[in-house]
Design a protein. Structure first.
Lengths: 206, 515, 271
């Protein structure tokens, strides 16, 4: 969305002052309006503070502006979680280079206790993830529950620290709305990739 | 030409004719050898259909069709289509309170508001887009497993729906046949026991032969904490369900669902087809229609029919298609022939067939005569003679005595002996009996109601029990008494059937004697 | 005119608030315990299936003695208008959120003030609890509190009691919802049975195969090594059905028979 300030024929000083004032007012209205204008079904309406693998803090809503591929995992998971990262990577790589450049990947841990930023960084390096676009992150347990609820990813923390969880790759558009999801693991889901392509080309869901 | 040559030529000619006739016979006869006379509505081939491997007729063609569902006992109209289509089925789950028996309410969980649920009818090869809706006022989540679906859970895995929500999944109907559908949410037995089942018919591609009536009947067993017909609202009883001790076994979810005004109907000389399912949850049905034979049975809802069947088994979670042709009017009772279920738990339904009688096929009762079993004397003709004579108004005392003698031999002589002398101290004598002579008509009520307690006959005391002879009809009693009165020095006289009828009417009937 | 209207509203609101605090539920304390839940706390492989389930450790906590009512929830949405039904974001509540109320700020004639509030999503329930320094109870806490009858801490072995609870499902849902305030159980908590389903904090952890007949054939990939949950006590049908209902819902969903209550740690602890 852009504002065009009309610069028409010669303005008197008062007129330009008024225009400037109007512009400022509009701008302020617009910025406050645009923050409130998050679509009703955007998950960025959740106020979730996270810390990434570099130890940097951010808010979930900071991801707004570019489509996101989101999933959840935890690092001590032996069984499926490595497959989650692999599947995310395979999916990413099935896109063209320019498409890849427009998509970010965010993976949030179910297990904030053990998945400290240092732990996340070690996994990040071991798997050689792309630091331009990939983020591994953690948040406190109540927020994990809320994020999983919004993404409709079910998980269960067992007494021994193991976590059982459903797996989903979720595609968000630039405004944070869930556009598509896939539970296919270990291979590329063509329907999901088509949805990613469509979202990347329009920038937002129509 | 010499004789032998001529003969040879003649023989040759007749041989030729013979050969020609023989060959002609073969050609004409061959079709007769290899053909079967097709039965009514039988598809010509007895070859296998090939099951699901041959059931995919390709992608759906044409506009999507919204399936017409029907409530029991009605069935949606037959399909007249020669290509696979996309069919949209919308089925709602509604939990509602309905009467299960008169004065007895039960909370049923239903597909489409009825027990059994709506009948779904599609064609083999159709792509079915299934919408399952869970009414917002319901308490429970539900799903659906259709036995005609090839896929995980029969659809149950893809249709788990919370109240106020809707699920959708799509399947291709690869196999033809008649299939049960039911809810499969835990505890499954409870959902099924509350009435969550119905039938889906996947028609063969060539369609089904036309009949005059198609009806939808489904048996189920029900478990309530109260006893059979105990009034009021009855809850589901899980213990009884686990122990397989049903309180009710019913057709179409209620006693009287298909009787009285709700009975199924047909006319004579019509062909009736019943789609009969068994939702269970536990019992297997021995399905029988009293007074009819199933001309054609597709056992278990399968493809190749059996003919001439009296009673067919319907497994729990199974179905059967039966057809029969009606000839004679009357009420034909559908039962589960595990017979206590029919008469003590409610498993009965009625098909009323109306139309002209045909005595050549079924005459109704012609003779009401006594069958004496192994007590019979050699000759029962006197009894039939008396019956005819009575019918024609020419009954004489002699006829009665003759008939009464034979009846006495079968019924009374066991105790009172052939000589009428009874057994001392046990059974009183009838021979020259002062007790009888004092009031002959009193004997009528003794035969009707029995007699217990002390009596004195010919100076001897007796105190015994004579059971009421309620198995005897009025004319039998009249004939027996007439015989006794005219035998062994008794005073004579005769008792009419009318006397007996009058005495019977003047008093209440006791319980029948064991026999 | 507008000011009078506002004052009137404020008076109404505060009187409701006052009144609701009058009935208001209290938080009652429940002692901690080792508790045998129907849901396993550790994943048992097939070889462990025969073992009795390892008990769950429940720390002492406080639980609201009654579910949250319409009146209390009205006070909440008045104080936090983002949760009004005409303002709630779709990501937090589906279209039928609070649909039984007459208006976004009026409970109305068809719903009573002291009936448990229903048609609320998990997000809304969680937000309410947070607004009073609480949270939703976990499944184990809820199950532990609900195992009690009037006189015993754990009545689950009593078939008579189990049947009584199962009987709730037999009553049709077309009768109006009762109000809160039923008999107190052993801990002093009311209405855990027979009134409404209730949200729990970890409703999203009920990993049930949606075809519940698959119990012995877990799809190990589906839930990261575990397959679906194996319910340990299959005789406790009432609990089975609660698990089924909660697992059929997403956090954003609402239904007409689902409400909630809140839990707090013991005094002085962090929620």
């Amino acid at each position: 969305m852009t504002i065009t300030a009309h610069s028409a024929a010669p303005l008197t000083r008062s007129r330009s002052a008024i225009t400037l004032l109007a512009f400022i007012v509009l701008l302020t209205m617009f910025t406050t309006a645009s923050a409130a204008e998050l679509p009703s079904d955007s998950i960025y309406r959740l106020d979730i503070p996270l810390v990434d693998h570099n130890g940097a803090g951010f808010h979930l809503a900071d991801r707004r502006g570019r489509p996101q591929l989101v999933s959840m995992f935890y690092t001590s998971c032996q069984f499926v979680c490595p497959l989650v990262l692999d599947t995310l990577r395979m999916t990413e790589r099935s896109l063209r280079a320019d498409e890849q450049g427009r998509l970010d990947v965010l993976v949030v841990s179910f297990d904030p206790e053990r998945d400290t930023p240092i732990q996340l960084k070690s996994v990040f390096d071991k798997r050689r993830l792309d630091s331009e676009r990939w983020t591994l992150a953690r948040t406190e347990a109540p927020n994990v529950r809320k994020l999983a609820a919004a993404l409709d990813i079910r998980y269960r923390v067992l007494a021994d620290g193991e976590i059982n969880h459903a797996t989903a790759l979720v595609l968000l558009d630039a405004e944070g709305r869930i556009v598509a999801r896939s539970s296919v693991l270990g291979e590329v889901d063509p329907v999901f990739v088509a949805a990613i392509r469509a979202t990347l080309s329009t920038g937002a869901r129509p | 030409m010499d004789d032998s040559a001529e003969t040879k030529i003649r023989m040759g000619k007749s041989m030729n004719r013979l050969v020609l006739m023989f060959v002609a016979a073969i050609f004409l006869g061959l079709p007769g050898c290899s053909s079967r006379t097709p039965g009514v509505g039988t598809p010509a081939a007895t070859a296998e259909t090939g099951g699901s491997a041959k059931g995919d007729f390709g992608p759906p063609q044409g506009e999507p069709i919204h399936a017409v569902l029907s409530s029991p006992p009605n069935v949606p109209p037959p399909i007249h289509r020669d290509h696979p289509a996309k069919v949209i089925v919308e089925l709602s789950v509604i939990e509602k309170e309905l009467p299960i028996s008169e004065g007895v309410m039960y909370t049923f969980w239903t597909f489409g508001g009825t027990v059994p649920g709506s009948f779904i009818r599609v064609r083999q090869g159709d792509t079915v887009e299934f919408h399952l809706r869970n009414d917002p006022s319901n308490k429970m989540p539900h799903n659906i497993d259709l036995h005609g679906v090839t896929g995980p859970g029969g659809g149950a895995a893809s249709s788990f729906t919370a109240p106020g929500h809707e699920s959708q999944f799509t399947f291709k109907a690869l196999n033809q046949g008649l299939y049960v559908y039911h809810c499969a949410t835990a505890p499954v037995g409870m959902h099924v026991g509350n009435g969550m089942y119905g039938l889906i018919l996947i028609e063969p591609p060539e369609g089904m032969a036309p009949v005059d009536h198609e009806y939808y009947v489904m048996q189920g067993d029900f478990y309530t904490t109260g006893k059979y017909r105990e009034k009021g609202h009855q809850p589901f009883d899980m213990e009884k369900a686990i122990d397989e001790r049903p309180t009710y076994v019913l057709f179409n979810g209620a006693e009287g669902a298909l009787t009285g005004d709700n009975a199924l109907s047909a006319k004579t000389n019509e062909r009736v087809r019943l789609f009969v399912g068994n939702g269970g949850p536990n019992l297997v049905s021995s399905f029988h229609v009293i007074g009819e034979i199933f001309d054609r049975v597709q056992q278990e809802g399968g493809t190749h029919p059996q003919e001439n069947v009296q009673t067919t088994l319907i497994p729990a979670g199974g179905a059967v298609t039966v057809e029969f042709h009606t000839e004679v009017p009357g009420s034909y009772i559908l039962v589960d022939h595990s017979i206590f279920r029919a008469f003590n738990k409610g498993a009965l339904a009625i098909l009323k067939v109306s139309g002209p009688e045909d005595k050549s096929i079924y005459s109704g009762k012609e003779v009401d005569s006594v069958y004496l079993g192994d007590r019979a004397g050699a000759d029962l003709r006197a009894v039939s003679t008396a019956a005819e004579a009575h019918a024609s108004g020419t009954l004489t005392q002699a006829d009665q005595v003759a008939a009464g003698k034979q009846l006495f031999a079968g019924t009374c002589s066991v105790c009172h002996q052939n000589t009428g002398e009874g057994i001392p101290n046990v059974f009183p004598p009838l021979a020259k009996s002062d007790f009888l002579a004092a009031d002959p008509k009193r004997a009528i009520s003794i035969l009707l109601h029995g007699r217990t307690g002390p009596i004195t006959v010919n100076g001897k005391d007796f105190n015994s029990v004579m059971p009421p002879m309620t198995q005897l009809t009025d004319d039998e009693i009249a004939n027996i008494l007439t015989y006794v009165l005219n035998e062994w020095g008794n005073p004579g006289g005769r008792i009419d059937k009318a006397d007996v009828a009058k005495a019977r009417a003047e008093s209440a009937e006791p319980a029948p004697a064991a026999h | 005119m507008q000011t009078f209207h506002n004052i009137g509203l404020a008076v109404a609101m505060s009187s409701i608030l006052f009144a609701s605090q009058g009935f208001a539920s209290d938080y009652v304390a429940l002692p901690g315990s080792n508790f045998a839940s129907v849901l396993p706390a550790v994943s048992n492989g097939p070889k462990d299936a025969a073992l009795p389930p390892a008990p769950v450790v429940i720390h002492a906590f406080r639980l609201r003695d009654e579910p949250v009512t319409n009146a209390e929830f009205l006070a909440f949405v008045t104080a936090h208008p983002d949760w009004r039904r005409d303002r709630i974001a779709r990501v937090f509540g589906e279209a039928r959120y609070l649909s039984h109320w007459q208006a976004a700020d009026v409970v109305g004639a068809k719903a009573k003030a002291d009936q448990p509030v229903t048609n609320v999503s998990w997000f809304a329930a969680e937000a309410y609890c947070e607004s009073e320094g609480a949270r939703l109870p976990t499944w184990y806490e809820w199950e532990y509190a609900a195992a009690a009858d009037e006189s015993r801490a754990d009545a689950r072995g009593d078939p008579e009691w189990r049947n009584r609870i199962l009987g709730w499902y037999a009553t049709p849902s077309n009768e109006p919802l009762q109000t809160v305030g039923g008999a107190a159980n052993f801990y002093g908590v009311r209405d855990l049975h027979g009134l409404v389903w209730e949200w729990v904090e970890d409703a999203g952890s009920l990993l049930i195969a949606s075809d519940s007949r698959d119990q012995n054939d877990p799809d190990k990939l589906a839930f990261c090594g575990a397959g679906a949950l194996e319910l340990k006590d299959r005789d406790n049908y009432a609990v089975l059905m609660r698990v089924a209902l909660l697992s059929s819902l997403k956090a954003v969903d609402t239904t007409a028979n689902l409400g909630f209550r809140c839990a707090k740690p013991l005094d002085g602890q962090v929620p």
